[in-house]
Design a binder for this molecule. Structure first.
Ligand code: PLP
Length: 452
């Protein structure tokens, strides 16, 4: 524990937390009643809490600690850069060496001609950048009426007013004038929950063609872009049917609509390739990256854009940017993170070792009476919990059942999972070993058995 708190017992830390800390995405009164779990240390895939419990983090924090916890090299890269140049901005004709190196590295790693990088600090602000960027792109190409961005219901793109508007989470739209104008949400390709009697392949085509219906309704001359996560993460790890992305790609090409792949979760190895777009066969014009870019060791994000988009954007003043865009310390840490991913062949480990072991283990849970649909791609997986597998029924109160399994019972078994609606979700650090996968599955099964 660090020097600020190491003299305090857990109860006292929790009381201070309840008194002063407003938790994101939480009811603070609820947390105050139970007491927040205080995480004090971490190594590899394991967290340690203030009572000394060792917890397997099957969520890699918030889907981000791809190289695992406790890598000194990243701490050293940060310290080195802080001593040399802790900060300088990248506005007004200045830049820094780590910013240049990271932009060049991302251009090398990103597929196709995604060669140009605009830095931010979080996935949310990168998607805000994308809203302004694609609308500006069309304005500068002489088509200022192309302002509509098509997104999906149950997508997650961040929680700022712009990115939260792109997201399709209705509960986030209730206040704050969200969504902002000219965002249109189409159905998601979530066959298990919404596919009815159609086959997954039919449903994939049907949900993709909803994009074409929106284009026909508004006119292609009004549509700026389509945005989607290759695999919806926070929406419950929704892996689309195979027919979905090729059809979206075809429609975007046909009507000359920019395609934004939000790779904030799928990027940097999560699906067994550098980017989810490669796994799902998407050729985006713009890619949003964050999280795994630094494995969460520093806040940093980026919009990576194609030659075609950059050619237009580079021609005039784009009045947009953040004080910390291209922050040298965050860039130095991200570079070190990418070096580790490469030098230690971590993406090969996902593809050849961890993902096959996890797939077999995850699917073995399907013999449990309430486990329905079991889905996994690379190291992001989900399963639907249902009182009736044949009818794909939902629990009357998913929060009280699925929430109980994935939060309380999972935590009680020293495992961090996540619950999204009726789905139980995992996204462990990419360095997880087959032995650690066995521990994960034993604890997940226990969390299920403790409830049913
Ligand atoms: N995009 C996707 C796909 C995400 O999953 C998230 C966060 O989970 C975001 C954007 C927002 O990122 P941040 O929380 O860093 O703002």
């Amino acid at each position: 524990m660090n020097k600020i708190t190491n003299h305090l017992p857990t109860a006292e830390l929790q009381a201070l937390d309840a008194a002063h800390h407003m938790h994101p995405f939480s009811c603070n009164d609820e947390i105050a009643k139970k007491g927040a779990r205080v995480i004090t240390r971490a190594d590899g895939v394991f967290l340690t809490d203030s009572d000394g419990n060792e917890i397997l983090d099957a969520m890699a924090g918030l889907w981000c600690v791809n190289i695992g916890y406790g890598r000194d090299e990243l701490a050293e890269a940060a310290a080195r850069q802080m001593r040399e140049l802790p900060y300088y901005n990248t506005f007004f004709q200045t830049t820094t060496a780590p910013t240049i190196a990271l932009a060049q590295k991302l251009a090398e790693l990103a597929p196709g001609d995604l060669n140009h990088v605009f830095f931010g600090n979080s996935g949310s602000d990168a998607n805000d950048t994308n809203i302004r960027l694609v609308r500006t792109y069309w304005a500068w190409k002489g088509q200022p009426e192309r302002t509509i961005i098509v997104a999906r219901k149950n997508a997650y793109h961040g929680s700022s007013v712009g990115s939260g508007s792109l997201g399709g989470m209705a509960y986030m739209h209730d206040v704050n004038s969200m969504p902002i104008p000219d965002i249109v949400h189409i159905d998601q390709p979530h066959w298990w929950a919404e596919g009815g009697d159609s086959t997954p392949e039919e449903f994939g085509l049907q949900t993709a063609r909803a994009l074409e219906a929106v284009i026909e309704e508004h006119g292609a001359e009004r549509i700026a872009a389509f945005i989607g996560e290759p695999i919806q993460g926070a929406g419950g790890v929704i892996i689309p049917p195979e027919t979905y992305w090729p059809e979206i790609q075809r429609i975007c090409r046909k009507y000359d609509i920019l395609l934004i792949a939000d790779e904030v979760i799928c990027g940097f190895g999560r699906t067994g390739n550098w980017f989810g777009s490669q796994t799902l066969g998407i050729e985006p014009d713009v890619m949003t990256v964050a999280k795994g870019l630094s494995s969460g060791y520093q806040p940093i994000s980026a919009s990576i854009v194609s030659d075609k988009v950059a050619k237009v954007m580079d021609g005039s003043d784009f009045f947009h940017g953040y004080t910390y865009s291209g922050h040298p310390v965050a860039c130095a840490v991200a570079l070190e993170n990418l070096r580790i991913l490469e030098d230690e062949n971590i993406i090969d480990h996902v593809r050849n070792v961890a993902a096959p072991a996890m797939k077999a283990a995850w699917e073995s849970l399907s013999d449990h009476p309430i486990v329905g649909d079991t889905r996994i791609e690379g190291l992001m997986g989900s399963l639907a919990l249902t009182p009736d597998k044949t009818t794909r029924a939902k629990f009357a109160t998913p929060e009280g059942t699925v929430g109980l399994i994935c939060r309380e019972n999972s935590f009680a078994n020293n495992l961090v999972m996540r619950h999204v609606g009726d789905r139980m979700v995992i996204s462990p650090p990419l360095v997880i070993t087959p032995d650690e996968i066995k521990i994960l599955i034993t604890r997940a099964r226990k969390a299920l058995d403790d409830t049913y």
